[in-house]
Design a protein around this ligand. Structure first.
Ligand SMILES: [Zn+2]
Length: 504
């Protein structure tokens, strides 16, 4: 199937040709694990997931890798990020986001990284971020690849792309790599004047060029440190992605690299310099794909404005006042095109919830009609053909959803066929309401986390029925309030009470 992707390298939409026929090697920059991932992070992760799943629907075998940054980024730059992380842990404990028993020592970076890695994987699986099901094989951690980083830095020094400065710090020399700036437009002469944003490092004077970036910093006293030929210290942030992409995907040149647009410079520019500097290849990734920013109710998300939301804030109801079903949040985050800024709103969540409810009911109807049996169907079916063609056109999600909504309105007399079509669509969207795990096993969209909650609600419902029989309306009202607080619609009939979980 023909795919086209907007390539940030050339600033145009290009037809997609993988290096190896039928196989796609894809790398996505993952989270820095010193706090919970926010909805902007997940917007960017889930667009990568949509791309991966769309390629899979199109028949490609996709090998998708995403890293966990548990060193490097945490310590790069002017301020001490670990101190900041420690104070955030205290903040998160106060607000109850981090349970009391977890991260016993908030000054231990390994405890912090471990806790947030697990939290990230948990959130990711709820949101059906497929690569997270394949942890750790496809989700490498930077701290497990320090020897590989040292090796790559040695090669870069041998090839004249890196040098040890007079104070012992190892830098990449941007002047050794004339293509530097080709992705971001931040070419060396522009950066010479110091207009390079985050190029700053503590020892500007020791660098040959102001845009030279850190590969290894010797630091005996640092909180995370390893032996190296340049002394005990720690690696720069950018080197980890070059190393892990090559190690896990097994080659120096890959097909697709994704990330948020904030990573284009310096991070992705530096990844290209390192990977190509090391391999001698003309490209690191053939297609660079970036998601635009996320806004909340039209404003930039920021802690000071009080509109900074983690994914679990939304799921747990901190934004809307009631729990939100993971499929609703996933849909909200994937339904706008990745190259438009996304505006996250409560209204949008409500609309998404209406769509998800409709899909869940539709699927339940089909399943009851067919006993869960579905027909065989492939992309030669016109509905699926249109659906997948839209996605193959640079992930035209609005087009794909349009196809789905029009199809929902048609008659579904052949329920087995309709169920098969819905399942195929859902293998990409993963919202209706089941996620397909990597092993083909269907996993509940909420990872089964709400199972106990449902039993609890059923218990309250039953108590309500019993209380009403005994004309104990005080208890009945009490139970109803509990159900409403837990996010249920409660309908009182003559002899029975029915409840339905509201999705947002
Ligand atoms: Zn990266």
């Amino acid at each position: 199937m023909k795919f086209s992707i907007y390539n940030s390298l050339t600033n145009q939409q290009e037809s997609f040709t993988p290096i190896e026929k039928g196989v796609v090697k894809m790398y996505s920059c993952g989270p820095t694990v010193y706090d919970f991932a926010h909805i902007g992070n997940f917007r960017s992760f889930l667009f990568g997931d949509l791309m991966r799943r769309s390629l899979e629907l199109g028949g490609f075998a996709v090998q998708h890798v995403m890293n966990i940054t548990d060193v490097g980024h945490m310590v790069e730059g002017e301020d001490d990020k670990m101190l900041a992380a420690a104070s955030r842990v205290k903040e998160n404990k106060k607000s109850g986001r981090v349970p009391e028993g977890a991260i016993q020592d908030p000054n231990d970076p390994y405890q912090i990284a471990d806790f947030y890695t697990n939290a990230f994987l948990e959130d990711s699986r709820k949101l059906a971020y497929k690569v997270a099901y394949d942890y750790p094989a496809s989700v490498p951690k930077a701290t497990d690849y320090i020897p590989g980083m040292i090796e790559m830095i040695e090669v870069l020094i041998q090839r004249g792309h890196a040098y040890v400065s007079s104070d012992g710090v190892v830098y990449f020399s941007v002047e050794s790599f004339p293509e530097y700036g080709s992705l971001s437009g931040n070419t060396m002469d522009k950066l010479q004047s110091g207009a390079g944003g985050r190029v700053s490092d503590t020892n500007q004077s020791m660098k040959k060029h102001p845009a030279d970036f850190l590969l290894w910093k010797p630091d005996q006293k640092h909180i995370m440190k390893w032996e190296s030929p340049w002394g005990v210290g720690y690696p720069g942030w950018h080197i980890e992605c070059s190393v892990m992409a090559k190690a896990v995907l097994g080659q120096s040149r890959i097909d697709i690299h994704t990330g948020g647009e904030d990573l284009i410079f310096p991070h992705h520019e530096c990844e290209i310099a390192q990977s190509c500097g090391c391999s001698g290849e003309s490209h690191f990734a053939n297609y660079w794909v970036h998601a635009r920013f996320l806004f909340v109710e039209g404003e930039k998300m920021s802690k000071s404005k009080g509109n900074f939301f983690t994914a679990r804030d939304v799921l747990e109801g901190k934004v809307t006042g009631k729990p939100v079903h993971p499929a609703v949040l996933r849909f909200e985050l994937i339904k706008s095109h990745y190259r438009s800024n996304m505006n996250f709103t409560v209204k949008g969540l409500t609309d998404s919830a209406a769509t998800i409810t409709k899909l869940i009911d539709f699927r339940a109807m089909l399943e009851s009609k067919t006993g869960g049996k579905s027909a065989e169907v492939d992309l030669s079916h016109p509905v699926l053909g249109d659906f997948s063609n839209a996605l193959a056109d640079d992930l035209n999600i609005a087009g794909a959803l349009g196809v789905m909504h029009n199809w929902l309105k048609t008659d579904h007399r052949d329920a087995e066929l309709s169920l098969a079509i819905l399942k195929k669509m859902n293998s990409v969207l993963s919202i209706a309401p089941i996620n397909e795990g990597t092993d083909g096993v269907e996993v509940a969209a909420d990872g089964g986390q709400h199972g106990d909650g449902d039993a609890q609600a059923e218990d309250w419902r039953q108590q309500m029925v019993d209380a009403r029989k005994n004309k104990d309306f005080a208890t009945s009202d009490q139970m109803r309030d509990k159900l409403v607080d837990a996010g249920y619609d409660v309908q009182i009939g003559k002899t029975d009470v029915t409840i339905k979980k509201k999705l947002a």
